[in-house]
Unconditional design. Structure first.
Length: 277
């Protein structure tokens, strides 16, 4: 369906259909803000952006609900997506018009509204896992996306997030992850690290303390089931979480540098502590 001036209003009605009569301003906030998931009892939706990310989501079995696509990509970069999504509403317009509608310039000119799956249980995520990461209080969308990308690439079997962390299905987090958020099982951690201990995991808190061991500590690397606990960008992990962990771990550094960005630190830790048969 092509956009013109009338089409802009039509598109707002389209999003109102999925977002249940929200105003245009509220819809825009849902699309571009840190909370791009609008929840009701009967519908939960998230936004996937760019052809690559949408393809990964479709391949992983996520259900598309509607597509918003820059006109030139209908027969260009998104032609295969349009074919795969032929049974859902597909809206198109020029680049400037779509930027005006959404409030930002679309990455590669494509957005897809998708249905959010039912959350997994912690037992389901951890059942066959040897390596999981616990993300504690990380709120930066870019860091969340980068952690998921590293997790998928470097052998992490599952991701657990505390409720004060950023939603992995945030539009920007999904885009930064390049769709990796769809490849690694994840869920919310509502309890403490003790729950992981009951599942047979040893826990390793990434923190700088007098009792910390280096990342290449042999006993740590030899653990069959290990949960790597990463803290916030600023303050790191809460002291009670550090006290609860089986190991406290540091990354040895040169030149007096005391810490790495949480996304960079996670990549180093995932590689060094990867599971080996």
């Amino acid at each position: 369906m092509d956009f013109d001036t009338y089409g802009c209003w039509l598109s707002l009605f389209f999003f109102c259909f999925f977002f249940k009569q929200k105003t245009a301003y509220e819809i825009s906030a849902c699309l571009v803000g840190s909370e791009n998931v609008y929840k009701r009892q009967d519908k939960v939706i998230f936004i996937a952006e760019s052809p690559k990310v949408i393809r990964v989501a479709l391949d992983a079995g996520y259900e598309p609900l509607a597509l918003l696509c820059e006109r030139k990509h209908i027969t260009g970069d998104a032609v295969d997506i349009v074919t795969r999504c032929s049974e859902i509403p597909i809206y198109t317009g020029e680049r400037d018009l779509l930027a005006e509608l959404t409030g930002y310039t679309l990455t590669r000119g494509v957005l897809c509204a998708m249905r959010r799956p039912v959350p997994r249980s912690m037992e389901d995520v951890c059942r066959h896992a040897h390596r999981v990461v616990v993300i504690n209080g990380v709120v930066d969308t870019t860091n969340i996306g980068a952690i998921f990308r590293s997790a998928a690439a470097l052998g992490i079997d599952g991701v657990l997030l505390t409720r004060n962390s950023c939603d992995p299905l945030n539009r920007r987090a999904v885009r930064v992850s390049m769709g990796s958020v769809f490849l690694v099982p994840w869920t919310w951690l509502d309890g403490s690290l003790e729950e992981l201990s009951r599942m047979g995991f040893r826990t390793a808190a990434m923190a700088l303390t007098d009792q910390s061991v280096p990342l290449d500590y042999p006993a740590l690397k030899a653990e069959s089931r290990l949960a790597i606990v990463m803290g916030t960008e600023g303050d790191g992990l809460p002291m009670e979480t550090i006290a609860e962990a089986d190991y406290v771990v540091r990354i040895p550094m040169a030149h007096g540098v005391d810490s790495l960005n949480v996304a960079a630190a996670s990549a180093v830790a995932f590689w060094e502590l990867r599971y080996k048969d």
